[in-house]
Design a protein around this ligand. Structure first.
Ligand SMILES: *Cc1c(COP(=O)(O)O)cnc(C)c1O
Length: 410
């Protein structure tokens, strides 16, 4: 059992919510009692079979789990090396992995008697998933979104409104995702009694990074038994690869393999126009420095004065200025490797997946696929790579059309 191992990577975080020097709980006095109560309630739910039975039921009948583990045979043949599998989380209800986690938090919120759910969203995917589950349970839903993002992401704003959510454009600060998160935290302190804050990635103060990871771990757990079914008992992937915004789909795939040293783990950050001094990227690990944001210590994109920078990527879902603290720790301990992929490389992978596999991927997992395209040809045929196809690309076709110079005329 992994938990008995001395050097386990699966035992974190400690009681203070720290993964090594990362994570923790950097919040105001007023927020502390809420965070502690959430932690207490999650600790109870975590070991309660009825909690997981409710999750399983909804994962099966509402989300559509398990998602398939698919051998991408033409892609494998084309690249001429390692055998490539895609974990098809883009087939989930709402089109991405985000709903895995939202369901967990909202079932917890219901157990805690909360009736009002708040969330922050950047590209709008987490907002849509939250609005969806709130509609399903008849809960009030308020989504904070940077004013600039409200303009850029009109289709998701409309989806959220159709689903009954109130979208609040955030104009404080620079009106970005970072500011939306700060406004959501302020709302939470003001409306303590009935409100639950649903965070969309493995960030925020403890217990959020661990809790979101636990809910997303269904991805890696399924991969374990699905690969054994297709490749033989006990067969583990040799390499697992996932794209990183805040890092939740990646932690979900990685976590169940952390204590299997034969499994190589690779996180792919958004390199935008290239990771250099221009800072036109979102690669917090490969191009950032440690600091404190949103209640935890982690690697952040910041300037020389410690001002948080807005990330840049073709993929709106990857432009979070930080990365989950557990990734920062896996990076510094060397358990996982982190690389970056540029916009241009991601666009190429996007097109290859369409042409060879009939799968239109979101731009986020296109980054993971682009890295697979780099390494697969260098590896032997027996080597198995599992990449997380964490979202579908319907939302991205307009962006891709623009970059490819295709005139949509709608
Ligand atoms: C939101 C999103 C991401 C980035 O979030 P993570 O927490 O890093 O997973 C990646 N892919 C898709 C499809 C998303 O919607």
């Amino acid at each position: 059992m992994p938990d008995d191992r001395v050097n386990s990577f699966m035992t974190g975080p400690d009681e203070q919510g720290r993964f090594g020097i990362f994570g923790g709980r950097f919040v105001s006095e007023t927020l502390m009692p809420l965070i502690l109560e959430l932690e207490r309630q999650y600790e109870i739910a975590k070991t309660d079979d009825t909690f997981w039975a409710e999750m399983d039921d909804l994962w099966t009948h509402y989300v559509g789990r398990p998602s398939p583990l698919y051998h991408a045979s033409r892609l494998t043949e084309h690249l001429g090396g390692a055998k490539i599998y895609m974990k098809r989380d883009e087939l989930n209800h709402t089109g991405a992995h985000k709903i895995n986690n939202v369901l967990g938090q909202i079932i917890l919120a219901r157990r805690m008697g909360k009736t009002r759910i708040i969330a922050e969203t950047g590209a709008g995917q987490h907002g849509v998933a939250t609005a969806t589950v709130c509609a399903k349970f008849g809960l009030k839903c308020i989504v904070y979104m940077g004013a600039h993002d409200v303009e850029r992401q009109a289709p998701n704003v409309f989806r959220m409104r159709l689903l009954g959510a109130e979208v609040v454009p955030v104009t404080s600060g620079r009106g970005t995702l970072k500011d939306a998160m700060n406004d959501a935290l302020r709302d939470w302190v003001t409306n303590v009694r009935d409100t639950f804050y649903c965070i969309g990635t493995v960030a925020g103060p403890h217990p959020y990074p661990a809790m979101v990871r636990d809910f997303q771990s269904i991805i890696g757990k399924e991969v374990r038994w699905q690969l054994a079914e297709q490749e033989g008992e006990g067969r583990l992937p040799d390499t697992v690869v996932a794209a990183i915004g805040g890092g939740s789909n990646a932690m979900g795939l990685f976590f169940p393999f952390l204590d299997d040293p034969s499994v190589k783990i690779i996180g792919v950050e958004a390199g935008g126009k290239g990771v250099d001094d221009r800072m036109e990227h979102c690669a917090s690990l490969t191009g950032g420095r440690p600091g404190v944001l949103h209640g935890n210590r982690t690697y952040l994109l910041q300037d020389d004065d410690g001002q948080i920078l807005e990330g840049f990527s073709i993929s709106a879902g990857l432009d979070y200025p930080g990365i989950g603290p557990e990734h920062a720790w896996l990076h510094d301990t060397g358990r996982a490797e982190y690389v970056s992929i540029t916009d241009a490389e991601a666009l190429e992978a996007f097109q290859l997946s369409c042409a060879l596999e009939g799968i239109i991927p979101a731009l986020e997992p296109s980054h993971a696929l682009a890295h697979v395209m780099k390494i697969a040809p260098t590896l032997p045929k027996e080597h198995i790579i599992v990449m997380n196809m964490c979202g579908r690309g319907d939302k991205d076709i307009f962006t891709v059309a623009k970059h490819l110079g295709f005139d949509m005329k709608i």
